[in-house]
Design a protein around this ligand. Structure first.
Ligand SMILES: NC(=O)c1ccc[n+]([C@@H]2O[C@H](COP(=O)([O-])OP(=O)(O)OC[C@H]3O[C@@H](n4cnc5c(N)ncnc54)[C@H](O)[C@@H]3O)[C@@H](O)[C@H]2O)c1
Length: 255
């Protein structure tokens, strides 16, 4: 029960990492409000886990206000935000359309900016009232630290998320708030987002094999590899950790 008493909002919670983080947070005693753009998948998964949910496009300022209202109503406040919703378009600088560039930054970067800004008033109120602590966790990527020729827009957006997180961390610290902000940097983890690398007619097992060969530990990661790190960084065990970046990359960045 490492998150007992915590009230958490998790975006992109209908699939992949957001879904696994939601499940782990519930197991560790948190109350979780699950949000996602995909309303139908969200409803199915949230009902399965027994958690409240709200359909929510992270690129919309108005929908962030509605999500924060839902956290106030359904959870009674907020201690934790996991900005997890993301998309992973591939493409070199020459292949990337302005539309793809803008969409990639809108979801991965604007969504994270809007989320951090939207939740802070309620988090401030909650931690002050409860005498508790708060945490923001932003899903960047190893691609936010190490670039590749084939991920121009994603590299840019995730690098910005990494740096934005440090600014949020320093703001909260300067305000004297017991609210921390950190970023996670996974390498390839087996979720639907990897389908972006699938070429027509190609086999998913072969893709995972190929991606795994790029990783020193020899395989792609599992959603729980990220979820366990999220539990730590959002729990009070990490109360002296802010503005930090944690790589969950099977050793890629060590090379
Ligand atoms: N899986 C990996 O290999 C990997 C590696 C590094 C970073 N990440 C990051 O982890 C996060 C989660 O990715 P995942 O692997 O679980 O992918 P996923 O595709 O399984 O899940 C992403 C979820 O985000 C939701 N989403 C997309 N656009 C949205 C929007 N505008 N508003 C709200 N929700 C939206 C989708 O509906 C989906 O449920 C992303 O930010 C991704 O960039 C993933």
């Amino acid at each position: 029960m490492r998150l007992a008493g915590k009230k958490a909002l998790i975006t992109g919670a209908a699939s992949g990492l957001g879904l696994r983080i939601s499940a782990r947070f519930l197991e560790e005693g948190a109350q979780v409000l699950m949000t996602d753009l995909n309303a139908e998948a969200l409803r199915l998964e949230a009902e399965r886990l027994g958690a409240p949910f709200i359909a929510h496009d992270v690129t919309s300022e108005a929908q962030w206000a509605a999500a924060v209202d839902a956290a106030r109503e359904d959870l009674g406040g907020l201690n934790i935000l996991v900005n997890n919703a993301g998309i992973g378009p591939s493409g070199t600088i020459e292949e990337t359309s302005l539309e793809t560039w803008r969409q990639c930054h809108a979801v991965n970067l604007d969504g994270t900016f809007l989320g951090c800004r939207a939740v802070l008033p309620l988090m401030r109120e909650t931690v002050t009232r409860e005498g508790s602590r708060g945490a923001i966790l932003n899903l960047s990527s190893i691609a936010g630290v190490i670039a590749g020729a084939n991920m121009a827009a994603y590299n840019s957006a995730k690098a910005a998320v990494r740096h934005l997180t440090k600014s949020v961390a320093l703001h909260c610290a300067r305000e004297g708030l017991p609210i921390r902000a950190n970023s996670l940097h996974p390498a390839f983890i087996d979720t639907p987002i990897l389908d972006n690398f699938l070429k027509e007619g190609s086999d998913r097992a072969a893709l995972l094999d190929k991606l795994g060969r790029q990783i020193p530990l020899g395989c792609v990661g599992e959603p729980d590899d990220v979820a366990f790190a999220a539990v730590y960084l959002c729990s009070d065990e990490a109360k002296f950790v802010t503005g930090a970046e944690l790589f969950i990359d099977g050793g890629i960045s060590a090379q």
